[in-house]
Design a protein around this ligand. Structure first.
Ligand code: B12
Ligand code: SF4
Length: 461
């Protein structure tokens, strides 16, 4: 059979300007699920192709003629996946399977557009579903306990641009922050053997990848294991030009690990700082102290590991001043990048259940659920005021002056990337504000004019 996997990208992510910003932010890379599931199907003799919409337009005519189309969904890309599923049904009359993190949280919704929906990690069932041995419309997949038994992502299947190989050395996270989707989708927390990870890195070196990311939700959760991976990378010359990873502030407590991370070129890390208000950290179940944040920032700076500081904007116990403090802090420590993430109630999380129960959801238009848009009624701010705090955070952090600081600290290449990002951010901001004033029927316009309806904004029971 011929099988085509598609990872869709939501509306604005397909615009040229956004694609340019994406290239400046990091190196084009791929979600690994479709490449792993595709590998399983290829090993069984099927012909498989994988397309990502984020970096290139989907060549719709070229993908005609397959027997099965497999669509990945995250929440913001689900409407696009449903649109493509309907179009494939209509024009190609072929079978459509839908999976991924959003479909796993709301399978009945996805089933309106698919012949079958797979809930959870697809490895254990994909072959039986594609070959017709499992026929339920909603298939609940058991997660694979032994991650070493899963084949590596097969990059030869990927037909769209990719400069960095993504490695998942673990699945899930031992923590349970209240807004987090991945610690719930990938549950329980599981680790691959160091040997299996090293084998995968050898394969990417052979393929000629210059960049590699550890996309584990919390790469340093098991410090001894992370150290062992770095040691082996250094010893076997499996070091890439740059490796991005996700960490927590607790990584700062281990000098040996910091040194190994730096030597193995794990030189760009996204850390969830979330808020500089302890009550907020406690409310979201972060298990993190303000002192941990400060210690982490200092340690990363000492080891020249570039920090992407992630803040959650709109936690119930935070007011505008807390958000501004967070941004100010990120500036003061010369964080390499800022990810101001508007609190987003992703289906399947306790935050979503709470806001639904309290009748505080403003919309269920999933394309807006990408951490850039306010989709609920905040506690201390009006929805538009929170949206403006997001714009303000971006504008303040990505000032032109900051690019020269980054250039001085991290070098010309990173300074220029930052400068490019600043240009794009400053270009995009007036556009977003403009929409809020004149773009009737747009989300920003609705948020802005909601301010005039205090009974909605001020009554989050
Ligand atoms: C790599 C990555 C990216 C990359 C690549 C994305 C791309 N090319 O589209 C980059 C950095 C560009 C990115 C961007 C974004 N991302 Co992202 N990303 C990830 C990350 C870290 C790893 C993905 C991965 O490889 N997972 C591991 C594999 C094993 O899992 P999987 O791919 O989901 O596949 C399994 C199952 O889902 C299922 N499956 C998958 N596909 C299919 C298809 C079918 C048919 C079936 C049956 C089953 C199935 O089986 C697979 C094997 O077990 C995840 C976090 C995570 N742990 O998943 C976030 C994550 C998916 N991203 C997220 C978000 C929010 C975004 C952005 C919106 C961020 C932003 N503000 O711009 C954008 C949107 C991009 C888009 N396409 O529209 C969220 C989504 C939350 C949600 N519920 O919607 C996640 C979960 C992180 C988080 N914050 O919680 N992302
Ligand atoms: S530490 Fe990060 S990955 Fe782990 S539960 Fe919290 S937000 Fe999710």
């Amino acid at each position: 059979m011929k099988i085509v996997f598609i990872t869709p990208a939501s509306g604005m992510r397909r615009f040229a300007l956004y694609r340019l910003g994406n290239n400046l932010y990091g190196h084009p890379n791929s979600i690994t699920g479709p490449l792993i599931l595709g590998h399983i199907l290829k090993n069984a003799g099927h012909e498989v192709e994988v397309y990502e919409e984020l970096y290139d337009d989907l060549p719709f005519e070229k993908i005609a003629g397959a027997d099965v189309y497999c669509l990945y969904t995250m929440t913001s890309s689900a409407p696009r996946a449903y649109f493509l599923a309907d179009r494939i049904h209509r024009e190609f009359r072929a079978r459509v399977l839908i999976g991924g993190i959003h479909a796993s949280a709301l399978p009945e919704e996805a089933a309106e557009h698919a012949d079958q929906v797979i809930v959870g990690e697809g490895e254990s069932v994909i072959l039986d579903v594609v070959e017709g041995r499992v026929t339920d419309q909603i298939v609940r997949a058991e997660c694979t306990k032994d991650l070493d038994s899963i084949p590596f992502p097969d990059y030869s299947l990927l037909k769209t641009r990719c400069e960095a190989a993504n490695v998942m050395s673990t699945r899930g996270c031992p923590f349970r922050c209240s807004f987090c989707t991945t610690s719930r989708m990938f549950h329980p927390y599981r680790k691959r053997s160091v040997e299996s990870v090293i084998q995968e890195l050898r394969y990417y070196k052979k393929l000629g990848f210059k960049y590699m990311n550890f996309e584990d939700d919390n790469f340093t959760a098991d410090r001894e294991r992370a150290k062992e991976i770095c040691r082996r990378m250094i010893a076997e010359n499996l070091v890439f030009r740059e490796t991005f990873f996700f960490g927590r502030t607790d990584l700062a407590g281990d000098e040996e690990m910091l040194e190994l991370l730096q030597r193995a070129h794990l030189s760009r890390v996204l850390v969830g700082i979330e808020s500089l208000n302890q009550a907020s950290l406690d409310l979201i179940n972060k298990h993190q102290k303000i002192s941990d944040i400060r210690r982490c920032a200092a340690a990363l700076s000492r080891h020249k590991i570039r920090l992407i500081a992630s803040l959650v904007l709109g936690i119930d116990t935070d007011c505008a001043e807390d958000i501004r403090n967070g941004v100010q802090f990120a500036k003061s420590i010369n964080a390499y990048q800022l990810q101001p993430a508007v609190m987003t109630p992703f289906p399947g999380t306790p935050v979503y259940d709470q806001l639904e129960k309290q009748n505080r959801m403003l919309t269920h238009e999933w394309s807006l659920f990408d951490m850039l848009n306010v989709t609920f009624i905040p506690n201390h701010l009006s929805p538009w005021a929170l949206q403006k705090e997001f714009f303000r955070a971006v504008r303040q952090f990505y000032s032109f002056l900051s690019s020269f600081k980054i250039m001085r600290i991290f070098g010309l290449q990173y300074g220029l990337r930052r400068l490019g990002l600043c240009f794009l951010m400053h270009l995009g901001m007036p556009f977003a504000y403009g929409i809020a004033y004149v773009g009737k029927n747009t989300h920003y316009y609705k948020l802005k004019h909601m301010e005039k309806k205090p009974e909605i904004a001020a009554n989050p029971t």
